[in-house]
Design a protein around this ligand. Sequence first.
Ligand code: HEM
Length: 128
Amino acid sequence: QPSPDFYEAVGGDDTFHRLVAAFYRGVAEDQVLRPLYPEEDLGPAEERFRLFLMQYWGGPRTYSDQRGHPRLRMRHAPFRVGVAERDAWLNRMRDAMDEIALPAEYDATIWEYFVRAADFMVNHIEDI
Ligand code: HEM
């Protein structure tokens, strides 16, 4: 479980702001991902994801104060997440990770988590 020390070492709030802003700039342009997002304004979705990641990686617990238990698979159930969606998500995230250019060891730790988490979110098994 990531600790507050990890959170600070990786750059704290600023790092997660930059990562998630870069990711959502990619989502806004992505022809596979953009149609999945129910709201025209991606700002609120960006904030939910940023707060979730900050909490997961050892930062403030604002996400759960506002949203309760993450239950991420359940929260993704309304969206069709097949292999194409997972791959598009990971490609956009890889671009965002490259943009913020963390030290290699932190990059690897966070990237491995994203790959696992994205696999876990796939909910259309006929595509696997
Ligand atoms: C919410 C798509 C993977 C974390 C959402 C939403 C969509 C979506 C359409 C709704 C946007 C909104 O909040 O209004 C996808 C797709 C994925 C994926 C296509 C491909 C695999 C992930 C992964 C994580 C994640 C890997 C975590 C590492 C979240 C969070 C929310 C969210 C925290 C907001 C949940 C809430 O309502 O509090 N996602 N997602 N997603 N996603 Fe994903």
